[in-house]
Design a protein around this ligand. Sequence first.
Ligand code: ADP
Length: 478
Amino acid sequence: MRILYVVAEAVPFIKVGGLADVAYGLPRALRAMGHDVRVILPRYRAINGSAYGLRSLCPPFPVPVGLTGETRVVEAQISEAHGVPTYFIWDEYYFGRDRVYGYPDDPQRFVFFCRAVLSFIRHIDWQPDILHGNDWHTGFLFLWLATAGRWDRFYRPIATVFTIHNMAYQGITGDALLAFGGIHEHVERLEVEPPGHVNWLARGIAHADAVNTVSPRYAQEILTSEFGFGLEPLLQCRVDRLFGILNGLDYEAWDPQSDPALVARFDVETLERRAENKRAAQQAFGLSICEEIPLLAFIGRLIEQKGVDLLLEAAELMFARGVQVIILGEGMPDYEMAFAEWPARFPGQAGVQIGFDENLARLLYGGADVFLMPSKFEPCGLGQMIAMRYGALPLVRPVGGLADTVRDVAREDGTGFVFTPFTQEAFLAALNRVLDFFRNPTAWRAIQRRAMAQDFSWAASARAYEDLYRQAIAWHNP
Ligand code: ADP
């Protein structure tokens, strides 16, 4: 199949969160199965062109904007540095900025990106069988193909798949952007859209041939008001087209046997070598250097979703239990400030780095005893899968992908620690269980071995996507 994978971020070029990891792993896995997959994303200024051999692909080409025949000329670039042809759309005004997201005109930026993607594939005359868009940033593609592009012989045969990576980000904007994107026919408002507004996540859900999210559990959860963020009525209408496919992990990119960021590389037979990584992590954060003290690590965006309130509320009682905790993350300024106080409040026990640091993250996965992920909700989560592969036992809530990937040690085949109520008490009770197991090195090792033996590689998930693509094609061309 010819598959165009449209996404806002992709490893190794640019990464904000797990979406970028997926945009690396899935296309590679599909490519290995023989499909002609190509990835396309904006060329942000932060992408280092020479590091990835980016080169201009074709003469600059026009992208229509608005309804009056106006165009903007953009450049397309390509990198084949890591096996999957990756296209980049470059427009200085929209993408020549320091960050990927977080600008007031984000909806306009991504509508423009989508419009450019559509022009680009016609320009190079490459008609995919499947257009696979991800998150609200690509929602415009689905509306456009279902309206303006519907009668066009080039676009009409293209079947579409839309993947929801997170219901919390919807891209709601005024409906003037419809005209900006070149949609002149009347567009019926969706019931879930406020009058005069467009919800780009909803548009992906409403118009794609098939919709999926990134874990089976999350696909169930988002049908409810607790997790649907207001779009549950629309999802319920499309439930026959809604699937859950667990994200995979790229087992080459995440391998404790060969990870150069580790001080000591290891596998399931040489788990004792993790102690060197633990020592290096303790040293890097100015913690007491001691193998017997349990080291807990949190790596992730500092946002409400990730359950960081629980860590902040429980801090006194958590540290009173003698543990060490390292926080690596960035996000909401209030959370950043609250965690930044920890090292002074809990000297020798708390280590905090506000920022994004891939190598440090890897050292922590390979050195921490426990990986903290007490999320309120979690569409899939990669952190816990990486942690298990690196022998750090996850402490999680059973939501979304965490429920699908971590089994509590109360079971014989347990791989981590699971607690349900989003309360300090439940969290601390789970921490007590962690400490009980930690005092028994034989039991701890056995859990680590089981966690490391889990198979979260992309192969199975990529096959599920292959089936979904076939199904989408059948629905598109009945
Ligand atoms: P999300 O996509 O919601 O951010 P995931 O758990 O799916 O959460 O993916 C997060 C990814 O980003 C993981 O690969 C994790 O290691 C990485 N990550 C998150 N924050 C940081 C950070 N501050 N430094 C380094 N890596 C980080």
